[in-house]
Ligand binder design. Structure first.
Ligand code: SF4
Length: 379
């Protein structure tokens, strides 16, 4: 049920920001899923001075600033460019569509493969904007449920695998170098075998080439790590993936963090520093009901939305059983998986889909916000 949603087919970057209902959306793709302390502080400054003062952590582990005016964008770019957060050109930025398991340590296979692939981005063919790579070479995959088209994982016995998304098995690769060769070759095969028509690997049903044939299962996926003390520092949750830039700055300073890792789970790791320190605006409580809810920007921030989302999600979370998704329209930017309760905006009203996605067939249609709250027993 696509409704009147406009599918833009490209993703904003820093060099190629997207105009939305509240101004430009400037999205930064952290290399290695990591930012130094100075980079975090520069991003906080940029959001406070030139954006809405809020930083969004997306479900592809990117960081974005909204509400930037065209006049302010060059100053913002200067600030984050000097911090080393901007690519040389928009084409490189667009190709750098990598999801990296955030628990890597220096010199391990996830770190090495990511570095090797970053150095060979020019060898990739031109791919659809949403097509990306997951570098996930820890003992058990962490990113299996996240959006990516070509994955590096590990088998139960510890061997490296390259796996095309949508296939439940992968092919062995011997070394980090051959893993990168395989990713690049698979991307070329995708284009040459008509994958551009399918758009994403999981929708592309051509037979894989013999060398990449799906033979070995990846190890069982790991659970998303719990909030709190983490081997790399402290893992904090962000309600709806948002953090006030002032709160993030204060958290970095109070904890004396040396940097930050980003994840696709609306959680971030403050690296090093004082472990487990409570920080304003960052969540350490694993039972916080808002952590079991997703909500996109909605109206008025997104021009495609006709309804507000986040305040409603805040009111509904805790009052509903299971996972909640409140989406401003059927595009479902905040979550591509099904939810127990999905509320989708349409023409200024809300539809409800039980056990489905934002683009699913609604079970209840046309509720106002107060009717919706009443339906779920929220006073
Ligand atoms: S899902 Fe939300 S953020 Fe995405 S286009 Fe629709 S209203 Fe905008």
């Amino acid at each position: 049920m696509a409704g009147n949603v406009t599918v833009k087919g490209w993703c904003p970057g820093a060099l190629r920001p997207m105009l939305s209902g509240d101004g430009l959306v400037v999205r930064v793709r952290p290399r290695f899923a990591a930012l130094s302390r100075n980079q975090v502080l520069a991003l906080c400054d940029a959001a406070s001075r030139f954006g809405t003062g809020v930083i969004d952590l997306t479900n592809r582990a990117n960081l974005q600033i909204r509400g930037v005016t065209e006049a302010a964008w060059p100053q913002l770019m200067k600030l984050i460019g000097e911090a080393g957060l901007v690519d040389d050109d928009a084409e490189t930025e667009g190709r750098r569509n990598l999801l990296v398991a955030p628990d890597w340590i220096d010199g391990d296979d996830t770190h090495r493969i990511t570095g090797l692939l970053l150095n060979r981005l020019n060898a990739l063919p031109s791919l659809p904007a949403k097509v990306g790579f997951a570098i996930d070479a820890g003992p058990a995959p962490l990113l299996s449920h996240e959006s990516a088209d070509f994955r590096i994982e590990r088998s139960e016995s510890g061997a490296l695998l390259v796996r095309a998304d949508g296939r439940d098995k992968g092919a062995l690769v011997a070394t980090p170098e051959s893993a990168v060769d395989a990713l690049i070759a698979l991307a070329h095969w995708f284009v040459d075998s008509g994958g551009l028509d399918a758009g994403r690997m999981r929708r592309h049903d051509a037979d894989l080439p013999e060398w990449a044939a799906a033979r070995i299962s990846p190890a069982q996926a790991a659970r998303v790590p719990a909030l709190g003390i983490h081997p790399a520092g402290t893992l904090y949750g962000l309600i709806f993936g948002q953090v006030d830039a002032g709160n993030l700055r204060a958290a970095v300073e109070q904890t004396n963090a040396k940097g930050m890792r980003v994840t696709p789970w609306r959680r971030l790791i403050l690296e090093g520093g004082i472990p487990g320190l409570p920080c304003s605006g960052l969540v350490l409580d694993n039972s916080a009901p808002e952590l079991n809810a997703d909500a996109c920007a909605g109206a008025p921030g997104c021009e495609q939305a006709t309804v507000a989302t986040r305040e409603l999600a805040r009111q509904l979370s805790g009052a509903v059983e299971g996972h909640l998704h409140v989406s401003g329209c059927s595009k479902g930017c905040a979550r591509r998986l099904a939810s127990d309760i999905c509320v989708t905006g349409r023409e200024g009203r809300y539809d409800v889909i039980f056990k489905g996605r934002a683009d699913g067939e609604p079970d209840i249609t046309g509720l106002t916000a107060s009717q919706l709250l009443e339906y779920f027993g929220v006073k």
